[in-house]
Write a protein that binds this ligand. Sequence first.
Ligand SMILES: *[C@@H]1O[C@H](CO)[C@@H](O)[C@H](O)[C@H]1NC(C)=O
Ligand SMILES: *[C@@H]1O[C@H](CO)[C@@H](O)[C@H](O)[C@H]1NC(C)=O
Ligand SMILES: *[C@@H]1O[C@H](CO)[C@@H](O)[C@H](O)[C@H]1NC(C)=O
Length: 379
Amino acid sequence: MSCSHIFITLTILATFAHTFSTKTVPKQRPFTKIYAFGDSFTDTGNTKSFTTSGAFHFAQNPPYGTTFFHHPTDRYSDGRLVIDFLAEKLSLPYLPPYLDENADKTHGVNFAVAGATAIGLDFFLRNNATLLFTPKSLKNQLDWFVEFSGSRGCINSSTTPEQCKALFDGALIWIGEIGVNDYAYTRATKVSDETIRDLAVTSVTEFLQVLLNMGAKYVIAQGMPPTGCLAFSMETYNITDRDEIGCVGSVNDLSKIHNKILQQNLRGLREEFPGAVIAYADYNNAYRYVMKNGGDYGITQLYKACCGAGPGEYNFNILAPCGSSSVSTSCTDPSQYINWDGFHLTEAMYKAISEEFFTKTAIYPSFRHLLEHKMQSMN
Ligand SMILES: *[C@@H]1O[C@H](CO)[C@@H](O)[C@H](O)[C@H]1NC(C)=O
Ligand SMILES: *[C@@H]1O[C@H](CO)[C@@H](O)[C@H](O)[C@H]1NC(C)=O
Ligand SMILES: *[C@@H]1O[C@H](CO)[C@@H](O)[C@H](O)[C@H]1NC(C)=O
């Protein structure tokens, strides 16, 4: 690399850093669009289109959205999610849900849908699983993506190469957490956790292979959070089943092993697709960091849900969920809580996690590395 080339690269990076800090729209953005997939941790409104019957169809009611948007947006939180903070970080608009036909999708689309599983639906039906939700799987999200690609003229990378290249040009792929629902739906069945783990991780891996084969170049896959820390788990499991951060140990162990296998598979994908940057977002450790250092973020309530009902210690009652007629208000200060409704997290927690991801180093390789790699590829 010549000196002038280095100089240009550094100048661009410096300009880029500057424009970020002043919050104006940079002339040259590293990424111009995001395609997101996942479940309720990432969904920005796709579930709105379904009339669901389970306990968790209340995200369309107050007090969801109370902190940031000031009205419900069908996000499962009081405000922004990690995907929203990612959009802000990249100076892009918040991602519209795929099913919003009128939305401007120039800067990307969100295919994530609450209740989604990694494993295909027929598996759950065959095994008599209790589906808590109108179910969609990663397979449905892939079908939507293919439909979306087709609408942009990308039918087949051999026959419509230009359109397919344009689809992925400047695109960052965010695979939000997916898997939590797979375990949840099969809790009361004979299916073992090992079976769920193997099928779920394989499904995510194959999904990534399809996207990478189609031409995806920058991918971030998010692991599972420590689900044993959700108010739902704390309320449901025996008080003797606790780990070093005070959460349900047996449940957190499942997340840990799941993430370990997922990371092994990501390493395999990096070898298979050396031209792509495939990063892992360590949701589990970022969450644990906040559990141990909540004070850094003004968080004081580690276990209790902000929006819910008693009588239990965790302000969680599955029969009286947040947003239902009996629970139309939340705690006074959601910014001090990790848990929003017992299953999902507060904006404050998503913000803290985003800080760990996008400013610190809870993504491997780091988010900064990803941006620099992208900027260099543009020269
Ligand atoms: C599912 O339920 C049906 C009807 O009760 C039963 O015959 C079948 O064996 C069950 N399947 C599994 C995998 O448990
Ligand atoms: C794309 O087109 C090529 C050439 O016509 C064909 O061989 C291939 O099977 C097609 N791929 C898909 C996924 O349809
Ligand atoms: C919780 O676990 C302890 C120790 O294994 C057991 O003695 C107790 O009965 C359990 N409590 C409940 C409510 O299951």
